[in-house]
Write a protein that binds this ligand. Sequence first.
Ligand code: SF4
Length: 160
Amino acid sequence: METDEELYHATPQTIGKLSHSSIDNKSSHQSYEITSLPIYSEELGLYGKIDIYNQMTKRLIERKYKLKHIFIGQIYQLWAQYFCLIEMGYEVNEIAFYEISTNKMLIQNLPTPLNKEELKVFIQQYRNYDPNSEIKTNTNKCLHCVYCNLCDKTITDNVY
Ligand code: SF4
């Protein structure tokens, strides 16, 4: 965080960061939208920030520049934000991704109690991760990964 992001940010990250700048600056939003709200869950042991919470529709929105596929990690991000907000006393009726490049709102199912258990298992696996353990890489994923140039698990240049 202390170094110049231009040195290590990949192009998709730079585009994503620019598209989020209006949220980070809390500009160009309606008065009923809460943006960049810090969130926390004691139960899950997580903290972070949400993009947008619409107080009128009670919709939680995570903006992504491009969403060709919605990966399970992105769903977990939305679920985690949802559970943090609920624990903080907010009412959330809808969760959604907003794809900036296509101007599309992609409504997702609200997580069930079973989904919450799934998220807890994932968080525990993440906490138990040993960097010295063997890691199975997915060549196709590495090829499109924005961390590829920083990661020692691949020597392939990425194609984004
Ligand atoms: S390049 Fe590294 S961080 Fe990216 S997907 Fe491959 S193993 Fe994971």
